[in-house]
Design a protein around this ligand. Structure first.
Ligand SMILES: NC(=O)c1ccc[n+]([C@@H]2O[C@H](COP(=O)([O-])OP(=O)(O)OC[C@H]3O[C@@H](n4cnc5c(N)ncnc54)[C@H](OP(=O)(O)O)[C@@H]3O)[C@@H](O)[C@H]2O)c1
Length: 339
């Protein structure tokens, strides 16, 4: 019997917050792998903020998803047929190129094998995958935090943010997080070991709150969100502070550019370094990052949390929910094959 591949394609380019009608569920027959190809049955799909930009026809570091094309996305699954020398049937594999679909046909480029004995395979999309490497290199390489310094993280209860605070703690820093919910702050402090945090949705005077939670000032700011939160943080930075510009999610659904205060004088007079980065620039050092994160995981120094929605048909809902802040930790979609 011919197997059916259920996939989510891009139906329309969103204006503002994406809607479920911007996506379409399409069914196609599953193709057999040709020479040098492998067929993967997807178990988990990752939905990530970067996908919002890939839905738009705007200049970026990667081309946009075309209308009618399968949505781009990282996923992990099991090889069900292989005519590729590097992969055997039964292997678990991860790739950023599998996309929002139940079966992915691949030529093996950008595909890596995942060891299910090391950790649950879903971690290949989180702690032992792209978000984990983002936290690791984005904090340690860009900001070089020193023991005793205060590290502030925005978007702190999300996939990247939760790991950044924990890595800061491992390095002997004080970790403070900003996130959008009391439940998020409770998880961050009680389970992930941050020293303090606050819910930006219930605070109006950010400056006063930051001064109270960071009495020694802020030495490192890991920015996932930008906008008014970052505007409030910059004046609180200490001389010689380092800022890692990881993301600016507060503007991803904006239809007009946000005009904020121009705070760059603070960078001048305090000699602050601010640097953007893309996790892929550390491609050559992924092994180092993976090994270190796996070791911290084994030693119980890192905790992680997954928010899981089931079924490929619910991937758009999971993605939109993540943009709205419904997740704590990594937002994943678990497919029928993984049940
Ligand atoms: N540079 C890189 O290579 C790289 C790689 C991966 C990720 N990133 C960036 O890192 C950031 C976090 O990504 P992630 O995968 O870990 O996602 P995530 O934090 O797990 O999920 C996104 C979170 O953003 C928050 N958010 C949404 N709208 C917001 C707003 N207007 N203001 C403040 N917060 C808002 C929500 O939490 P709240 O409830 O707290 O609002 C939501 O849970 C994103 O900016 C992403 O683009 C960069």
């Amino acid at each position: 019997m011919t197997r059916v591949n259920r996939r989510i394609t891009l139906a329309a380019r969103p204006l503002g917050m994406p809607k479920e009608s911007d996506f379409k569920l399409v069914e196609t027959p599953v193709a057999d792998p040709g020479d040098g190809e492998l067929l993967v049955e997807v178990h988990y799909l990752s939905v990530d903020p970067y996908m919002r930009r890939r839905m738009m026809d705007v200049p970026s570091y990667a081309p946009p998803v075309g209308l009618g094309e399968v949505m781009v996305g990282g996923a992990v699954g099991r090889v069900v047929a292989s005519r590729h020398p590097r992969f055997q049937e039964g292997d678990f594999v991860e790739s950023m190129n599998f996309g929002w679909q139940e079966y992915a046909l691949s030529n093996g480029r950008g595909v890596r094998t995942v060891d299910p004995k090391l950790a649950p395979i879903s971690t290949a999309l989180y702690v032992l995958g792209m978000p984990g490497m983002t936290a690791y290199f984005g904090l340690l390489d860009i900001c070089a935090p020193q023991a005793g310094e205060t590290v502030l993280v925005s978007g702190a209860a999300g996939a990247v943010g939760l790991l950044v605070g924990q890595i800061a703690k491992i390095r002997g820093c004080r970790a403070v997080g900003i996130a959008g919910g009391d439940d998020k702050i409770a998880y961050m402090v009680q389970e992930a070991g941050f020293d303090a945090g606050y819910n930006y949705k219930t605070v109006t005077d950010h400056a006063a709150k930051l001064r109270a939670l960071c009495p020694q000032g802020i030495d490192v700011y890991f920015d996932n969100v930008g906008g008014v939160i970052t505007d409030a943080v910059i004046p609180q930075l200490n001389p010689l502070a380092r800022v890692s510009l990881c993301g600016q999610i507060s503007s991803y659904n904006a239809t007009t550019p946000e005009l904020g205060p121009r705070f760059l004088t603070h960078l001048v007079i305090k000699q602050i370094k601010m640097q953007g980065f893309l996790v892929f620039q550390f491609q050559q050092r992924m092994q180092e990052g993976m090994q270190q994160m796996a070791q911290w995981l084994r030693e119980g120094k890192l905790v992680y949390r997954e928010s899981v929605v089931r079924g490929v048909e619910n991937a758009p809902r999971a993605f939109i929910g993540m943009l709205r802040g419904e997740n704590i930790g990594k937002q994943l979609v678990k497919f029928a094959a993984a049940q």
